[in-house]
Design a protein around this ligand. Structure first.
Ligand SMILES: Cc1cc2nc3c(=O)[nH]c(=O)nc-3n(C[C@H](O)[C@H](O)[C@H](O)COP(=O)(O)OP(=O)(O)OC[C@H]3O[C@@H](n4cnc5c(N)ncnc54)[C@H](O)[C@@H]3O)c2cc1C
Length: 432
């Protein structure tokens, strides 16, 4: 009978952070990953937030597979063929620790991170799906892996299976998410020469930019499009709730094509060659409907636990790593007493509650739900504002006062100012 101190399901950021923390303290750890190698099945938008990683592996950027550090951010609202944008650049983020924001490609980054855990002593079984838990008198005591001799036992199991959390649901800790609680996202990697990227986005060597697009970028649905600069490629994608996609009879790939063909976006992508296309889900469960995170012999970490900050930060990786480390530290404490029951693992909840993870989820977790109550923010308002501004800047033989009056009247005829101000106030409160 194969037995480890801990078995971890999934070699994403959450699972590997847990594994690394445990093996460094001398525990035997097996990680099961269904992909051909860690990262082979993973994709994300592209910005790794790294406060936790920088503690686990100080100055990791010197050796890790990172693309660029983010010094510039641009937020755009698109209408059918116009743009309203605000751009920020921060020279202070151009120095270590680079504001702990790096673009990475998961296939490379996850592999590097998993290798660090392996070097420290973790055993990683790749191309191995975990199908179920093994129970002993109601306590999780191992897992059933889809391989010969696949029953593997452990004092405790960490489930780091990501957004599509079938095992967490199977264990009865989580209900099947509703369509508005899951984002479906598609992303392309588009190769463009390094010097072209730097010229086009006005970046110096290794500097990077994150661009987010709303409104017409995703056909006026709640959600967004994005472009993140890598070394010699761009990560380009869109993400919207499954419910919105259904209501608008929209397919993810069609939405991505429509985003890429918007005149503003098209110019940024010109000359690029699509290298890969993939799709994945992002959980947006909402703070009030997070799953149960512990059971006898079991802890849930990362996306499986719903730990994604859905606001403008879009922070999932850092929360995943924090939860992995918190789970590992809880396991180390539980070993002292030999109590891996739900009661013995309570420290995990306390650690999460005392950290940015639960504070941010409480603050931002329900943002998408609140914004979905104001669909006019993503379509009617951007269209009307851009039309008005276009009117202001349209040169004609009319006197400027008359131009401005026409533009303003056109706006007022379509939009109630009071409602707009109230919605802006509610949106600011929800998002910032
Ligand atoms: C399009 C998109 C854009 C995003 N953008 C950002 C961003 O810019 N910044 C950010 O911080 N976060 C972003 N995120 C979120 C981020 O990717 C996740 O929060 C993070 O990857 C969660 O890590 P995890 O380890 O919990 O899960 P994952 O990274 O999903 O890892 C789970 C692992 O478990 C494996 N697995 C699953 N089931 C089994 C099983 N039964 N048996 C064996 N192995 C299994 C999978 O193959 C996978 O390797 C984005 C996500 C998406 C989809």
């Amino acid at each position: 009978m194969e037995k480890f101190d801990c078995v971890i399901i999934g070699a994403g950021p959450a699972g590997v952070a847990a594994a690394l923390t445990l093996v460094r303290k001398g525990l035997t750890v097996a990680v099961f990953e269904r992909g051909e190698y860690p990262g082979s099945k993973n994709l994300f938008g592209g910005v790794l937030y790294s406060t936790v990683l920088n503690k686990l592996i100080p100055e990791f950027w010197k050796e890790a597979s990172v693309e660029r550090h983010i010094t510039k951010r641009r937020y755009s609202i698109l209408s059918k063929n116009s743009e309203m944008a605000v751009e920020f650049g921060f020279e202070d983020f151009n120095h270590p620790p680079f504001n702990n924001s790096f673009t990475v490609l998961r296939a490379k980054f996850d592999r590097w991170f998993a290798q660090k855990a392996e070097d420290a002593g973790a055993v990683i079984f790749t191309e191995t799906v975990v199908d179920d838990f093994i129970y002993d008198k109601g306590k999780v005591s191992g897992i059933k892996a889809r391989r010969e001799g696949g029953d593997v036992y452990a004092d405790v199991v960490v489930c780091a299976e990501g957004a599509n959390s079938l095992l967490t649901e199977k264990a009865g800790l989580k209900k099947k998410p509703l369509p508005h609680q899951m984002i479906t996202a598609v992303k392309e990697i588009i190769s463009i020469p390094k010097d072209v990227i730097e010229d086009r986005f006005n970046l110096s060597d290794n500097e990077g930019m994150a661009l987010e697009f709303f409104g017409g970028a995703v056909k006026g649905m709640i959600g967004s499009g994005f472009i993140y600069t890598n070394k010699d490629s761009l990560s380009v994608g869109v993400g919207c709730p499954i419910s919105a996609m259904k209501e608008n009879n929209m397919k993810p790939n069609d939405l991505l094509e429509s985003f890429k063909s918007h005149p503003v976006v098209k110019k940024l992508l010109r000359g690029g060659k699509t290298e890969e296309l993939s799709a994945k889900m992002i959980p947006e469960l909402g703070y009030k409907t997070l799953p149960k995170l512990i059971a006898d012999g079991l802890l849930i970490v990362g996306d499986a636990g719903g730990f994604v900050n859905p606001s403008l930060y879009r922070e999932g990786t850092n929360m995943a790593m924090y939860s992995g480390v918190a789970a590992a530290e809880t396991i180390l404490e539980a070993r002292q007493s030999g109590d891996f029951s739900e009661k013995g693992l309570q420290g995990y909840i306390k650690k999460l509650e005392e950290s940015f993870v639960m504070e941010d989820l409480e603050r931002y977790g329900d943002v998408p739900e609140k914004l979905s109550e104001m669909p006019q923010l993503f379509k009617e308002y951007p269209d009307a504002i851009l039309k008005m501004v276009q009117g202001y800047f349209t040169i004609s033989d009319l006197p400027k006062d008359e131009l401005h009056r026409q533009a303003w009247n056109g706006f007022k005829d379509n939009i109630s100012m009071w409602k707009l101000l109230l919605d802006m106030y509610k949106a600011r409160k929800a998002v910032l």
